[in-house]
Design a protein around this ligand. Structure first.
Ligand code: SF4
Length: 87
């Protein structure tokens, strides 16, 4: 299980989640932030910090955004993987 960042993050990238993640597994992509599914320890600290409610536990991702589960995983295998968040 992992936490997943979904559509509301696009164009927002508030980054409040980054500050509370104990294992630094939240990365920044071109359009949104992403949680590395293999690094997340499922602590849940990030979820309430997101001002646009973009973060969900994998099993609670709304039906219209389930594609983001794969997006958060596949982006790390792309030619341009997300990097450390910029402040
Ligand atoms: Fe980081 Fe915890 Fe959120 Fe996973 S659930 S991304 S470990 S803050």
């Amino acid at each position: 299980m992992t936490y997943v960042i979904t559509e509301p993050c696009i164009g927002v990238k508030d980054r409040a989640c980054v500050d509370v993640c104990p294992v630094d597994c939240i990365y920044e992509g071109e359009d949104q932030l992403y949680i590395h599914p293999d690094e997340c320890i499922d602590c849940g600290a990030c979820e309430p910090e997101c001002p646009v409610s973009a973060i969900f536990p994998e099993e609670d991702v709304p039906a219209n955004m389930v594609a983001y589960i794969a997006k958060n995983k596949d982006v790390f295998n792309s030619d341009t993987p997300p990097g450390r968040p910029k402040r």
